[in-house]
Design a protein around this ligand. Structure first.
Ligand code: G3H
Length: 483
């Protein structure tokens, strides 16, 4: 086995430093009177534009660290960086639209009002290791743009890539607005919540951890939670599905980035009349995937983040095998170090670990159904409720399938794998899969609350408001338009 390569280090912090980070964020917010929350939206946007420019200058370093730290292919690491920059730009445009729409008074039933979105306070941002940059910034950037201050706790894998951006955070935002903490989550995070100083928990992680953390806050009703959690998205393949297309979408859906996507297809439910044909084609496609190191051209399967993950995959396979399933593809489940060959496992049955547990890795469980109610029942009885894919061509059947499914999950993909993007679409989940909705514009709402100024529409009050606006006496009461 080749020796591990050291790619960098980060300071090991603990409770003292997490207290300092939290206090700095709290002081910078200063009950909404800090420089950042009181800055005009136009000025905050200018800071963010400077940040994007500085971030772009460090693209190569961030991409390289992303690739080395989490084993994401070079191509996908570049994609993650670029998609994140696009997300920031789109969020800025959405904020301009939102602010401009509120840059006016409304007169209703003799009352004049101006409504604007205002920040919530201190946001704790915790992203996942599979999209450490993108998913962290999908909460951090809208949180900042809305005027909140932030404590950023990077994931265990996916920490070093933030280093090239620290200088930009420092240069582009006032002191205390962005604070990073590198420490084991279980030591510092419950403690930060228990302090009562966190107003928003933005976590992409497991529902078990989210439940535990929310309970730590002394006044849980004061804590807003924006959560992206567990998922086990299924694909339902009808007998009349175009199998070439279905297999192509299922392979991408189940195995992009080794299946380490919250949106990955984690259970394939195939009509029994076509399951053999489907398995044969799927096996063929999976055997053609290029396995290797993330910097190799065209590589599709890369190392997992640690031996604990290959162990989990092997145990899940052994459990399925012991309960009657087989591995359909040659060498499926073999591994060297943390490089794990994907395995197609069939037939899946209730009681197997892989039937319900989220594998978050290169295992493709397949089960057959005779009656569509069996497939629906799998989704209805699941604890997860993020997305589903349905493959087929009969409009009557697909239409009838979509209707019950939209009440179980938040996105039904027709003849298409599950995925988060495009980022302007709502990304949400039912049951244990999420709390809150993220999208370019929804995230701005998630990290803010509407506040308003109101007055009876009398002549003296109208004159007063006009004087405030024309004299620019308030940051909140204004009719400025941001271009
Ligand atoms: O891990 C969850 C990600 O948000 C998935 O995003 O569907 O674009 O890969 P994606």
């Amino acid at each position: 086995m080749p020796a591990a390569v050291s790619i960098g280090s980060y300071p090991e912090m603990g409770e003292v430093q997490s207290n300092e980070a939290l206090d700095a964020a709290d002081a910078a917010y200063d009950n909404g009177r800090g420089t950042w929350p009181t800055m005009s939206v136009a000025d905050r946007i200018m800071c963010m534009q400077r940040f994007v420019a500085a971030m772009l200058e460090r693209r190569a370093e961030v991409v390289n660290l992303l690739m080395w730290e989490i084993g994401k292919s070079a191509a996908d690491s570049r994609k993650e960086f670029d998609r994140t920059v696009e997300y920031i730009r789109a969020t800025i445009e959405a904020l301009k639209d939102m602010d401009n729409a509120h840059s006016r008074f409304a007169v209703v039933e003799g009352t004049i009002g101006q409504v604007r979105r205002t920040p919530l306070g201190v946001v704790l941002c915790m992203g996942p290791y599979n999209y450490p940059l993108n998913e962290t910034f999908c909460t951090l950037i809208p949180a900042l743009l809305m005027g909140n201050t932030v404590v950023l706790k990077p994931p265990q894998y996916g920490t070093l890539l933030f280093e090239p951006l620290l200088e930009a955070f420092c240069d582009c935002f006032p002191p205390g607005v962005v604070n990073t903490i590198y420490a084991p989550s279980e030591i510092v995070v419950p403690r930060m919540l228990a302090s009562g100083k966190i107003n928003v928990l933005a976590l992409i992680g497991s529902s078990r951890v989210a439940d535990h953390l929310k309970k730590q806050h002394p006044k849980s009703h004061r804590l807003r939670a924006i959560l992206g959690l567990d998922a086990k998205n299924a694909a339902i393949v009808m007998p009349d599905a175009d199998l070439d297309l279905t297999v192509q979408e299922c392979v991408a859906g189940a195995l992009s980035f080794n299946g380490q996507r919250c949106t990955a297809l984690k259970m394939l439910i195939v009509h029994r009349t076509i399951v053999d044909d489907f398995l044969q084609r799927l096996t063929h496609a999976v055997e053609r995937l290029k396995i290797g190191m993330p910097w190799e051209d065209g590589v599709q399967i890369t190392p997992l983040p640690g031996p604990h993950r290959t162990r989990f995959m092997s145990e899940a396979l052994e459990d399925a095998y012991n309960k009657g399933a087989r591995i359909c593809n040659d060498g499926g489940g073999d591994f060297y170090g943390t490089l794990f060959r994907p395995a197609i496992v069939y037939p899946m049955r209730e009681g197997m670990k892989l039937y319900r547990e989220e594998q978050f890795g290169p295992l493709v469980p397949v089960m057959a159904f005779d009656d569509i109610e069996e497939a629906l029942n799998y989704i209805v009885t699941s604890d997860h409720g993020q997305q589903v894919s349905v493959f087929g061509s009969d409009p009557v059947q697909i239409g009838a399938l979509v209707d019950p499914l939209v009440y179980q999950v938040c996105r039904v993909n027709v003849n298409t794998q599950c995925q988060r993007g495009p980022d302007v679409f709502p990304f949400a989940g039912r049951k244990d899969s999420a709390e809150g909705t993220l999208s370019v514009s929804d995230a701005l709402r998630a990290f803010s609350i509407r506040s308003m100024v109101a007055t009876r529409a009398s002549e003296p009050n109208k004159a007063l408001l006009n004087a405030i606006v024309s004299g620019r006496h308030s940051a909140f009461i204004n009719t400025d338009f941001i271009f």
